[in-house]
Design a protein around this ligand. Sequence first.
Ligand code: SF4
Ligand code: SF4
Length: 419
Amino acid sequence: MNRKFWFYIEPFVYISMVNDNVLFYNTLNKKHILFNKDNNFFNFIQLIELKKNYVLEIDLSSNIRSFIKKIKKYYMGDIIPVEESIKKPFQFKPIYKISYVDYHDHESNTYVKNSNNTIANIREMTFYINTSCSQRCHFCEKANKQFNTCYSNNHNKELDYTVLKESLIKISETNVKQININGGNVTKYSKFKELLTFLGKIRKNIGICINYLNIQEFKDYISYFKQEGKVLRIYIHPPFDLHLLHYIKNLLVVYNIELIFIIQNEKELSELNKIIDEYSFEDYTIQPLYDNNLSFFKKNVFNTKKDILERKIEMNEIFINNEINGFYYGKLIVMNDGHVYTNPNTPTIGNIISDSMQIVMNNALEEKGSWKKIRKNEEPCNQCVYNVICPPIGNYEHVIGRNNLCKINNTINNKFVND
Ligand code: SF4
Ligand code: SF4
């Protein structure tokens, strides 16, 4: 008589099935196994995935030994002789556990809104207090569509200070983690000094953004950035002004400053590397700017399979990717005319001057282009077995006009991909 075994999959293993492909992904050690339907075990794998508790009674005489060996090798599961545990072992298949106010009800397959408290969804809010600036950066109109930076349209309209203060008071009472103040040149805002004093009383992380070409206009305000949680974000780009870089280098010792370098091509990248060495900059971000430089993006920004599989991703993040866009969710941008956006590339969802916060939030939760834009619903990622472990869709995808900023062929046809 053949011996019977319980075969189980560990709860920290995520199984993704898309079309003819199945991915087993161990969220603890980042190991993975990919199968496709040509594989002898495919039906068996489908069965274990469908099981509510990741446990299956098996007969080892079947041809699944090599599959089990593989699963054991990557600490994804194991077998127990049935006689050692007559009762089926209790195992948790991972379940959704996302705590946000607008949530997905699995039984009715609908999103449920807590209409009394939608404002609690906000995690990060960016205010463009003005858009006036005397600089003439060639990338000005493009950069803020790709990342959170300054933007000028030479209209001198400012965000009304009373409206701004009221919004800040409202959101400071919520769970919001981050408030960003952007311009133009923010120092040109008529109430900038009053605003800084007011922000000093708000116990939230505050980031104020400025282009390094405007840094010297900040000297009267720089002491603000000695306070805990108050950070000055300085965007730096070629052609590099060495005098200004030297000035900034000295500020780094005393104040909370983040450096973000904007680059567009290999030449600028190698120039930047020299600058970084020369000035011994240690803590900085390099932010590529898209301007039809697709080959530069393909080489330096597009993800490889290795990038996707080796990045640190927890089980909860996988579940978030299944339901919401973790990059956009909870983020709002308010422009100087009061218009609110969930994303700089999608239409406005309201206006904080004329609409209540409740209406703006309801629109944000209805809108499909940002907070709810997930890979498994978008082409071609909906055909890709990596779609829930891949980083969420962001602004580069919008600007470049394709969702798959990766080097992966979607007709994944491998059998055992890794060993
Ligand atoms: S400093 Fe900023 S706002 Fe001014 S032109 Fe340059 S990118 Fe635009
Ligand atoms: S096709 Fe989409 S989901 Fe798949 S790896 Fe590429 S970007 Fe990620």
